[in-house]
Write a protein that binds this ligand. Structure first.
Ligand code: SAH
Ligand code: SF4
Length: 374
């Protein structure tokens, strides 16, 4: 709700039709609105020319079509772009556009929660105390903000868009907010709207085993699993969720993931932490662990943040690890941290913004100036 006006973004097709029914409108009105909102990216009812002027006015009395507010918009030297978004309650989250190295397209990385309850030791987001789920509007709204920024409305028919993929890998655990994530992704996949196919969407989970099958069945998106360790002992230590859903259960859920095949492999993300999980023996154990699964790997050298207890491994160790996986026939690219100069590591920009605000408040207090809230 904004000033008592309800945001139409984030309603499923069925809910939008139901909403129109409450004001006495027929289902075709929902179809028209859907096209304007999600194909054309229109936010102003008055510009929705297929809708009569009287109806436009009625809609404007009760509804808005709104994105999260862009608080900061940063472009990195390597063309990674990051938006810090502010929601109606003042909470913030991050969205990042990560262009492919060699192509003129790339993926928009979206967040699903403010903060994260899971406290993985290497992850900056997990250190943020305040956590809440993002709504479907706030989730799909992130992709819409990116399209606004690159002028990619209306949805082109030929697929010739720069923002070609979605990765659900930002702040938060998507399978702990599944309903909203599913509604948002269904909106993004809708062919009469944003039109990003499920094959171009990858959802990353830390391993919420009981939700994985449902995710595959309902959404059919590509799955990425944040594995990061090959023994329960190490995984327990760096990812507390492993105590609840240990490796054997996680790997079983991967084997049963609907739609996984050689053409659609499961991505195993593996953060490399110096001296913790980066040895040649770890690489060989990893091969054994995922044997028989249609898999590929993403090796991510740890992106250090102030106060973290881990170090980035030597490039030699990362290369050797990657070679072992590749020699066994798997794709195992090394993902260099992108956008370092704009704090593109997960959760960093939001924390930075909070820190700035805290030091501003301190400076204000020292100078005897009251802060905005009195
Ligand atoms: N919660 C989900 C999705 C968000 S995290 C998950 O954990 O999969 C997205 C990815 O960023 C995960 O693979 C996570 O392990 C990785 N990541 C978190 N902190 C990192 C850091 N400091 N350096 C490199 N990768 C990091
Ligand atoms: Fe949460 Fe993922 Fe970060 Fe773990 S890595 S704390 S699950 S966002």
């Amino acid at each position: 709700m904004t000033n008592g006006l309800k945001n139409l973004i984030g309603l499923s097709r069925a809910d939008l039709a139901a909403e129109m029914a409450t004001i006495g409108e027929k289902p075709f009105r929902a179809k028209q609105l859907w096209h304007w909102m999600y194909n054309r990216g229109e936010t102003d009812f008055a510009a929705m020319t297929s809708i009569s002027k009287t109806m436009q006015a009625r809609l404007a009395e009760q509804y808005v079509v709104r994105r999260p507010r862009v608080e900061r918009d940063l472009v990195s030297e390597d063309t990674t772009r990051k938006w810090l978004l502010k929601f109606d309650d003042g909470n913030e989250a991050e969205t990042v556009f990560i262009p492919d190295m060699d192509e003129d397209r790339g993926a928009v990385c979206i967040s699903t929660q403010v903060g994260c309850t899971l406290t993985c030791r290497f992850c900056h987001t997990g250190t943020q105390l305040l956590v809440r789920n993002l709504s479907a509007a706030e989730i799909v709204g992130q992709f819409m903000v990116a399209r606004d920024a690159y002028g990619e409305w209306p949805t082109p028919d030929d697929g010739g868009r720069r923002l070609s993929n979605i990765v659900v890998m930002g702040m938060g655990e998507p399978l702990y907010n599944f309903d909203n994530v599913a509604t948002a992704l269904e909106i993004a996949m809708d062919g009469e709207g944003i039109g990003i196919s499920r094959r171009r969407i990858t959802l990353s989970t830390s391993g919420v085993v009981p939700m994985m099958k449902l995710c595959g069945e309902r959404l059919g998106v590509n799955l990425a699993v944040s594995l990061h360790a090959v023994t329960d002992e190490i995984r327990d230590r760096i990812m507390p969720i492993n105590k609840k859903y240990p490796l054997a259960e996680l790997i079983r859920a991967c084997r049963e993931y609907p739609g996984a095949s050689n053409a659609r492999r499961i991505t195993f993300e593996y953060i490399m932490l110096k001296g913790v999980n980066d040895s040649a023996a770890d690489a060989r154990a990893l091969l054994k662990l995922i044997k028989g699964l249609p898999a590929k790997f993403n090796l991510i050298p740890f992106n250090a943040w102030p106060g973290s207890e881990f170090e980035t491994p030597e490039p030699r160790a990362v290369k050797a690890f990657s070679d072992i996986l590749q020699d066994a026939g798997y794709s195992a690219p090394i993902r260099m941290p992108r956008g370092r100069d704009i704090l593109a590591a997960c959760g960093q920009l939001r924390s930075e913004s909070q820190r700035e605000r805290a030091s501003l408040a301190k400076a204000r207090a020292a100078a005897g100036i009251p802060d905005e809230h009195g």
